[in-house]
Design a protein around this ligand. Structure first.
Ligand code: ATP
Ligand code: MG
Ligand code: MG
Length: 335
């Protein structure tokens, strides 16, 4: 990849302070740009520099990343206690916005891969879960939705007194609660029901992703893998054992992508038990007929023994009993 060669062995000059970042190696790349491990000649330490793609849309979103993260760091986590990555600096470089972060370790997807996708020991699942939740509580307090929580965006922290730890990174898709602009957010496996269905969303969507991540850390494989959104939603419905309630489906924008209106079961009576619905999910054949390119739903492929010990439940049914739609995504994990 020619971009990659361009960045390696490159010296980034911070115009603001003439501080020099010397690129040592590439750490990763994503949708927004590339991340390089750099030697910071001013502080004599390693930093991670995210070089954002030089297109206006990415630049705009990176400005969002900088402002939300600096708010989180400075106002809501001044003592760096809540497992959120520290932003150190940002500067423009040849039409690229660059953001420097503290240097962290491997991401959780890399860790799972190293472990041959067999899942982590329960003690690590517990520790990491607690720390991610700690970050989510702070984000909720700040009214910030991460919108892209996934194993690739959770990094191992360098060992301090040999205690394992993680931090949440990548606020490149984040937004403020109540100022949600985009409807196509989150990575597919971790995409919440309200985002799939096109329903107003809150910080609860990060909680959904969190539930998926915890399960994945334990079993080693994604909980709701799917080649399409229909695939992912079908798997959710299969696992939860029921579909979202009628009133929600009636209001969601994307209901027709996944469901057929099968006629009102109780005309004039809004009450229903969640089992009899006016909607039914499309069959695979119907989806295929609509779009012949989409692959069929695969079989569940969880390693048995591990899944037996994990119950992932989801309070869709309780919604009919007057719960707020905002609670839609609370995921509960019991060990
Ligand atoms: P996405 O496609 O998820 O939106 P992105 O382009 O926004 O990705 P990041 O997620 O910020 O980019 O970074 C990409 C990868 O670079 C991460 O998954 C991680 O492996 C690595 N990385 C990012 N920040 C750091 C850091 N501070 N320390 C070490 N590695 C990092
Ligand atoms: Mg990322
Ligand atoms: Mg990102």
């Amino acid at each position: 990849n020619s971009d990659l060669i361009l960045y390696v062995n490159l010296e980034l000059v911070n115009k603001k302070s003439d501080r020099r970042y010397i690129v040592e190696e590439m750490l990763g790349q994503g949708t927004f740009g590339q991340v390089a491990k750099c030697w910071d000649a001013e502080t004599n330490s390693y930093v991670a520099v995210k070089v954002i793609k030089n297109q206006p849309a990415f630049y705009q979103q990176a400005i969002m990343e900088v402002s939300l993260l600096s708010m989180l760091n400075d106002k809501f986590d001044p003592d760096d206690q809540h497992h959120i990555v520290r932003m150190l600096d940002f500067f423009p470089w040849k039409n690229h916005l660059c953001i420097t972060f503290e240097m962290l370790g491997h991401n959780l997807y890399e860790l799972l891969k190293k472990n041959n996708l067999r899942g982590l020991q329960l003690q690590f699942v517990r520790t990491f879960s607690r720390q991610i939740l700690d970050a989510l509580i702070v984000m909720k307090g700040a009214g910030i939705i991460h919108c892209d929580l996934k194993p690739e965006n959770i990094l191992i922290t360098p060992k301090v007194n040999s205690a394992a730890g993680v931090k949440v990174i990548d606020f490149g898709s984040a937004c403020m609660e109540g100022k949600t602009i985009y409807s196509y957010i989150q990575s597919r496996y971790y995409r919440s029901p309200e985002v799939l269905l096109g329903y107003p969303y809150t910080t609860a969507i990060d909680m959904w992703s969190f539930g998926c991540i915890v399960a994945e850390l334990y079993i080693g494989l994604p909980l709701f893998p799917g080649a399409s959104e229909y695939d992912v939603l079908s798997r959710m419905i299969e696992m939860v054992g029921g579909q979202p309630p009628d009133d929600l489906l009636r209001e969601a924008k994307n209901t027709r992508k996944f469901f057929k209106h099968a006629g009102s079961i109780y005309p004039g009576n809004e009450a229903h038990d969640g089992l009899r619905s006016s909607y039914r999910i499309l069959t695979e054949d119907e989806v295929e007929a609509r779009d012949s390119k989409k692959p069929k739903i695969g079989k569940w492929y969880f390693p048995r023994g591990r899944l037996d010990r994990l119950i992932f439940s989801y309070p869709w049914k309780n919604l009919n009993e007057g719960n707020l739609p905002g609670l839609f995504s609370d995921a509960f994990i019991y060990y």
